[in-house]
Design a protein around this ligand. Sequence first.
Ligand code: SF4
Length: 263
Amino acid sequence: MSSKGKKHVLQWHILHRCNLHCTHCYQDEHSSELPFSELERLLRQYMAFCDNYRFRGHINITGGEPLLSQSLFPLLSLLEKNGITFGLLTNGTLIDKSVSDELSRFSRLSFVQVSIDGTRETHDSIRGKGNFDKAFAGLHLLKKAGIQTMAAFTCHKRNYKELPDVIKLVRRHGIDRFWADRLIPFGGNTEDILTDEQFRETLRVLTKEHYRKPLFSRTDVHLNRSLQFLEGGDCYYWCGAGTTLLTSLRTGRCYHAAACRYQ
Ligand code: SF4
């Protein structure tokens, strides 16, 4: 299969440190950051990989909390200089006006994603008191700065019933895109994982909300994955991990997985 011009996404955890301690977090290591020269070296490796396979690389920068990294803005400048598009995945709590202004200067920044885990009470019970309001305040600053905003909802047993309410909230706040996926623990506690039926229910809500377009709303409720799960028949959901998607941890260690399916 030729990959010529095909998009390849790298999810790059540039540090593991975070200012929050969410109950479902899989980051269990809080070691120091790599020096900028190492990040630069890893970036060169990724660019060489994309050149080699003729991929169009895109990098989603995350952590931990990427806004804690001293290297974040120099790294984004390097991506910009090399013409690589990128997104930023953050908990949103450290976004102030100077951060949103600085981010708005990057023409290659495709979007900033902020995690929203439920209504205020649920979000704060998972992410700590006051962090729901901080996350939405961050999203509003990004919007004001003209940056594409995305709210990401991780569904698990404690919050999946709130999905319609969260979509309503995200619409009310005028966020550009809403994206949801289920919690898949990286080891550790598996009690919160949705059952197959709960996951199907979640996908049905997403599908319904995607097609329901309230007049006042411009939020795109992202759907592709749920359509493929619900309507794919024998064509199972195909995961890009290991082919067009790669995750790199702080150390440069990469994770990928074989194509998986959901029944
Ligand atoms: S914001 Fe993300 S990295 Fe930080 S504790 Fe929460 S889930 Fe973990």
